[in-house]
Write a protein of this length. Sequence first.
Length: 296
Amino acid sequence: MGWTPEFPNPICVEAGHPECRYFMAWLFSNECHAGCPYCMMGTALTKWYPRQWSDAQAIRAWDQFADDHGSAVILFGGHESGEHLPLVGRVVEDHWGIMVTNFTFDERVFCRLIPPGRMILHPSFHAHLWGNEIEEFLAKIQRFRNRGYWVPVVSMACWPPLMDRLPAWREQILAAGLSANIHPLYNTSYQGRVLPDGYTPDELQQVKALVPPCTYEDRIVRAPLKLKACAAGHTAGGITCDGSFARCVQRTRAMGNFMGGDHVVFDEEPRPCDVAQCMCGNMGGYQIHEEAEETA
């Protein structure tokens, strides 16, 4: 289902906050110490959008946003959001959060700074951080759930050396009452093979058995979107690591200097988008697709 004026902000509804008028993706973190060999971010954030603002500036900017537009649902992303818990905790005093995280942060610090009702956790399982076993990772999730935090989904990447173990780990995730989001890798390589095109035929079959089939065409190429318009910039927006406001974090042409004090001004209606492939999987509900051509 695509975007409609009657259902203007699907992520806010899914997050349990239909009263929020805006969803914001904030690629704010340029730090991570996980050392994942397949990291898809690499140095992109620090190279393209170096952080040029302080925590105090960020807090003022989000306070100003709340004054202008009310509370938003904020997706905290970038490299590793858990590296910045004091900042995150302060921002969600006035907003609601969804945190994409490798889940290596100190849970005692997290629980002290961020109450359960303010944050949804989207952890990703990186096997090398857990001794190539998933049990302690799932135990940590359960401790958070016991404290009242909402942890609906676990993400995993299709890294060739671990591909054979992904089906069993997926079953353990599902058995724990969680959803499993398994995705192919982009912007990285293995043994000189640039992924996803570099997956071998056997690996490709394994990927296709794990990844939702409706998302991709032959090989691991996302199906063209054929968008008429998108509500990004209208009921959703993005803040890049350098502090600029854009209609989304993929369409990074700055619409204002968020961290510099500019007031965020949203478009009056959805606008066309010329991207062939949207890399923001959570933006599907904001897209307005071209009507299918009638066949004779």
